[in-house]
Structure formats: structure tokens, C-alpha cells
Design a protein around this ligand. Structure first.
Ligand code: G3P
Ligand code: CA
Length: 371
């Protein structure tokens, strides 16, 4: 049986001249797939108990997908298992792994003293108990972040790491469990990487880390250190900075994506929120200068239920597609959370972000392409 990497390369190998960047995209993608194929013996035991074959193709229990190389799509715990626990906490990341995620996803911002911490927002009021802390009452101020003009809040960049560690995370989504509010700290990126390195997935594979650089231009504007250098240094420190490491670095800012992709051999993902963002990134000189595409999932299927062609166009260049964000409690009209994930798997996505990895795990492992 050919190796996982061989399958991936063979399925997307061009027959004529490759589009610019195709070969390097394929090789980088194949390296990542190969890294995930490095399952220790424990994986076999795990597969026997979970029904997760860990293989693609074949008959009698092998799972076959419509993804690049027919590989099993990556299950990415979005902000951890944020549907169950307060987002971006070590506990939420651990829960994502317990629930079957291959990857954990820390969004990263800088503290006042230049430490990368896991927060989705540059402000604190919605995901922490900062508003209940009298010692920080005077810190509330108008936004320094152009993305949130006129917002009055507490800003991560105004707090040292030591101060942030006195806060506790809260569930920010209406309708989700609040019983875990006030229990968990804001983790540093370093702590997230330590967690990843000290654990394995339910299939016994290395934990994949999928960090997002949040607002790199804003952080540069307020005088913070270079985000790309800091992220790569942290990855190197934990042995996750080299070719084939189970890492995907992501950003919505094309300048940042292009820059960091020139600084590292790990995979870099271009995030796009809407069609204008996709078209704008694709129109830039040298595009696609990314190793993976991370679109809002609504960009991939039109109102008639047909593919918009983005997955096919990306796959034609050997670039995997990882859409976001699937949420059990925000269902697509007329669909169940399961049927939505199944529909996108049939489209050929190569991975997906979900707040509810336990649902994604179940659906992903039940799907057999073409049935
Ligand atoms: O990074 C993928 C997805 O998380 C992008 O959306 O806003 O949740 O970071 P956001
Ligand atoms: Ca994110």
C-alpha cells in the first residue's frame, strides 16, 4: 500500500505544466499529511476501540473522502471545544482533544509586556470576568484598535501577563453552559504548545496546532514585536517549526500570510471571510502564496446548493481547503448540524473548524464518499 504522502501527491499531480506554486503546495501538503501518518503503535489500539481506521481508501471499513488525496479531513477544535467550555482555555483545548479533534486552534494577541496569549478579540469584556474586577475599573477605555472604533472596553494590550492571569474566562455565546465561568485562566501560546506536545489525539497521533495571528497590522501599529517572528520562535522552541510539523499558521491579512510564508516551512493558511476577501487575495501578485485556504464555509456553496468552484479551483493547485465555523447551535436553515458537515465533506473539504468537535468527529468518521 502506498504511503499517505504518496497518495496525496499522486492524486493532485499535474499532467502538464503546473500552475505557479503548485508543486511546492503539493509537497508542503504532502509533508503535513505524512506527519499525521506518523502514528505510533498506540494508534492501532485506539483505532480498534474507536472504529477510526486511520486510513483512507480500501474496502471493509476504510473511509474514503472527496478531499485532496482522499485523505481524512482534519477536525479542528475551534477556539478549543468552545461550544462546551469557555473559549481559548487549556481546558477547552483539552476537551477538543477528548472529543476527537486533530487540531487545536489558538487565536493569538499580544499582552502589554509582549507575550502572545490566546484570545479571539483584542478586548476582554466578552470572554473574561474583567468587568467584575474593581482594580481594573479605570482601565476601561475607548478602542485603540481601528477594527472596533468607538468601542469602550478593556484591551489585552493594556494588561501585563501577570494581570491577565488574575482574570478568569467566561462563556461568551448566548445559550451555552455558564457553569464553567470563572474557573479557567487565559493561557499563553507557550502553554498551549506545551499542552499540544504533551498530549496525543484519540487516534494516538501528534496534536496539530493551528494558531491564528489576530490583527498583526494593529499590533505593529501599537508598537508590539513582530508577530511572525514571535510565533515562529515559539514553534521552534517546542520543536514545531520545521518541515512536516503538524502546524498551520493562519491569518486574515494577506500581507502577513505572504510574509510569514517566506519565513517558514510549516503550512500557512489564508483566511477569507467573504467573496471580496477571496477575490482580493487571489488578485494579489503571486497569489496563491498560501499553502491552505480557510474560507467562511458559506463561500463554498451557493444559494442553489451548488459548489461555487472555490474548492475545485484550490484543489487544482494542490491547496487544501479548511472552512469555518460549524456550530451545532447555529444551524444552517433547514439542515441539522450533522447534515451540514456531511454536505461540506461531500464537496471535498480537507478539514473544518467546529465549536463542537464531538459532532464533527462523529460525522467525519461516518462519511463514506459516494454513498
Ligand atoms: O480561524 C478560522 C476562524 O476561526 C476564523 O474566524 O473569527 O473565529 O477567528 P474567527
Ligand atoms: Ca480563528
Amino acid at each position: 500500500m502506498p504511503s499517505t504522502a504518496t497518495i496525496a501527491k499522486a492524486k493532485v499531480a499535474p499532467t502538464k505544466a503546473a500552475p505557479r506554486g503548485t508543486i511546492s503546495h503539493m509537497m508542503k501538503h504532502a509533508r503535513i499529511l505524512a506527519a499525521f501518518a506518523l502514528a505510533p503503535m498506540l494508534a492501532l489500539a485506539a483505532c480498534e476501540t474507536t472504529g477510526d481506521s486511520g486510513m483512507s481508501g480500501g474496502e471493509g471499513g476504510g473511509w474514503v473522502y472527496a478531499s485532496l488525496g482522499r485523505e481524512k479531513p482534519l477536525l479542528i477544535g475551534h477556539r478549543g471545544a468552545s461550544g462546551a467550555l469557555p473559549e481559548h482555555t487549556l481546558e477547552a483545548y483539552q476537551r477538543a482533544l477528548n472529543d476527537g479533534a486533530d487540531c487545536i486552534e489558538p487565536d493569538l494577541v499580544f499582552t502589554k509586556d509582549g507575550v502572545l496569549v490566546a484570545r479571539h478579540d483584542t478586548f476582554l469584556s466578552t470572554t473574561t470576568n474583567v468587568a467584575t474586577k474593581p482594580e481594573f475599573a479605570s482601565r476601561k477605555r475607548r478602542s485603540p484598535d481601528p477594527e472596533f472604533q468607538d468601542r469602550e472596553d478593556w484591551w489585552v494590550a493594556d494588561f501585563t501577563l501577570a494581570e491577565l492571569k488574575t482574570l478568569r474566562a467566561v462563556q461568551s455565546f448566548r445559550g451555552r453552559a455558564k457553569v464553567f465561568d470563572g474557573l479557567y485562566q487565559i493561557p499563553t501560546f507557550d502553554e498551549v504548545l506545551q499542552l499540544a506536545k504533551s498530549r496525543q489525539t484519540v487516534a494516538g497521533k501528534p496534536v496539530c496546532v493551528y494558531p491564528e495571528a489576530k490583527s498583526p497590522a494593529y499590533h505593529a501599529q501599537i508598537g508590539k514585536a513582530d508577530m511572525a517572528e514571535k510565533i515562529l520562535a515559539a514553534l521552534d522552541k517546542h520543536g514545531l517549526g520545521a518541515k512536516g510539523a503538524p502546524v498551520f499558521i493562519q491569518s486574515f491579512e494577506p500581507d502577513f500570510v505572504e510574509k510569514i510564508n517566506g519565513m517558514t516551512d510549516v503550512s500557512v493558511v489564508m483566511l477569507v471571510a467573504d467573496r471580496a476577501g477571496y477575490d482580493g487575495a487571489m488578485a494579489r501578485p503571486g497569489a496563491p502564496f498560501w499553502d491552505g485556504l480557510g474560507p467562511n464555509f458559506s463561500l463554498l456553496i451557493d444559494a442553489d446548493g451548488k459548489s461555487t468552484g472555490i474548492v475545485e479551483a484550490s484543489h487544482a493547485k494542490g491547496i487544501p481547503v479548511h472552512p469555518w465555523t460549524f456550530r451545532d447551535d447555529v444551524p444552517v436553515k433547514g439542515e441539522t448540524p450533522e447534515s451540514t458537515v456531511r454536505k461540506y465533506l461531500a464537496l471535498g473539504i480537507d478539514g473544518f473548524f467546529t465549536d463542537f468537535p464531538i459532532t464533527g468527529y462523529k460525522v467525519r468518521n461516518d462519511v463514506q464518499f459516494g454513498k
